[in-house]
Design a protein around this ligand. Structure first.
Ligand SMILES: Nc1ncnc2c1ncn2[C@@H]1O[C@H](COP(=O)(O)OP(=O)(O)OP(=O)(O)O)[C@@H](O)[C@H]1O
Length: 323
């Protein structure tokens, strides 16, 4: 079997924050197999963006040395804060409005990335960028090279950023909710484009979202994150059809597309400076018992290539309260 392109192993990230230590990620283990799109889903504040920052080697300077490993193409990139992978991992950010400098031509900004991280001359870079602009379906790719960011629509700017992420010919792309700031129609087009580009170019992708609809339409596998820990992993279809962890089950019950009556998860994601003991979900979990406040659940394999971090996952949940 081919080794995964990206393998995150027992990753822990801690930051000083507000006079206390913020335990943002703990024991995070997940894989992105070659040629696959792996989704990371969870509520706001679960640590999704921090996970991407750790992979890209752009954690804040004051972060304590992260523990665990981030293996990319078989090498642990965590010790050198990913300095060696710049250009080999592409990044699609969340907000196309904030991610381009309005004072410089968009094409020049991407060419600068290529100058730093890609092989070839400026003329070769320009030719490749025009080809990429065509691949991301920007109108008039030659003219697009000379335009400033304000001359593109929001959807076109996201296409520019996808082109930027692919400009150094990476094998892996990490994307941080790249469709959140877009209207529904543009969102659908961008998701279709990402799916097509990853398949056509044999790329792998780690895709962060809080939207199960986006997850279902794009991702082969999923890791559900709660309060900085992995609650469950598995093939997306299987997890969405029969979620195992109480958190995933309750999160899906909250999704407007999936529930006739909207239920809510009581409470909120804990601040990273005050993580609950034992299972971090136990204060919100209807299945919790005394042992859940003491024992940290580990991810245990369950049938179908899945894993779940809850020893009581087979129990039925009580009816959820409507919001
Ligand atoms: N630089 C920092 N210093 C201290 N705490 C931080 C820092 N960055 C993030 N956090 C905390 O880490 C936790 C996870 O934040 P993160 O942005 O990774 O979550 P997220 O799941 O991406 O959220 P969202 O979906 O809202 O973007 C939050 O509790 C946040 O307040």
């Amino acid at each position: 079997m081919m080794p995964p392109l990206l393998e995150i192993s027992q990753l822990a990230v801690t930051l000083p924050g507000g006079g206390a230590l913020a335990e943002i990620l703990d024991d995070v283990t997940l894989k992105v197999p070659a040629g696959c799109i792996t989704g990371v889903v969870g509520e706001s504040g679960c640590g999704k963006s921090t996970l991407l920052r750790a992979i890209l080697g752009i954690l804040p300077r004051h972060a304590q040395t992260p523990r665990g490993g981030i293996f990319f193409e078989g090498h642990d990139i965590l010790p050198d804060r990913a300095a060696g992978v710049r250009g080999r991992i592409g990044f699609v950010p969340q907000d196309p409005y904030l991610s381009l400098n309005p004072l410089f031509r968009a094409g020049d900004q991407i060419l600068e990335i290529m100058r730093r991280h890609a092989k070839g001359s400026r003329a070769e870079h320009k030719a490749r960028l025009v080809e990429l602009f065509r691949a991301v379906q920007l109108p008039d790719p030659e003219a697009a090279l000379r335009k400033y960011p304000h001359e593109f629509s929001g959807g076109q700017r996201q296409r520019l950023l996808i082109a930027a992420a692919l400009s150094c010919e990476p094998r892996l792309v990490v994307a941080d909710e790249p469709t959140t700031a877009l209207d529904v129609t543009t969102q659908r087009e961008i998701l279709g484009l990402l799916r097509e580009l990853t398949r056509a170019r044999g790329l792998s992708m780690l895709f962060v979202t809080h939207d199960f609809g986006v997850l279902a339409s794009l991702c082969d596998d999923v890791a559900v994150l709660y309060a900085g820990r992995v609650a469950e992993t598995g093939p997306t279809r299987a997890v969405l059809d029969a979620p195992a962890h109480p958190y995933t089950r309750m999160l899906l019950a909250c999704h407007p597309d999936r529930a006739a009556d909207l239920a809510g998860i009581p409470g909120a994601v804990p601040p990273a400076t005050a993580q609950p003991s034992g299972c971090r979900f136990h204060p919100r979990c209807p299945l919790a018992r005394e042992s859940c406040a003491r024992e940290v659940p580990v991810l245990q394999p369950i049938p179908g290539g899945r894993a779940v971090a809850c020893p009581f996952h087979a129990e039925a949940l009580p009816e959820l309260a409507l919001v």
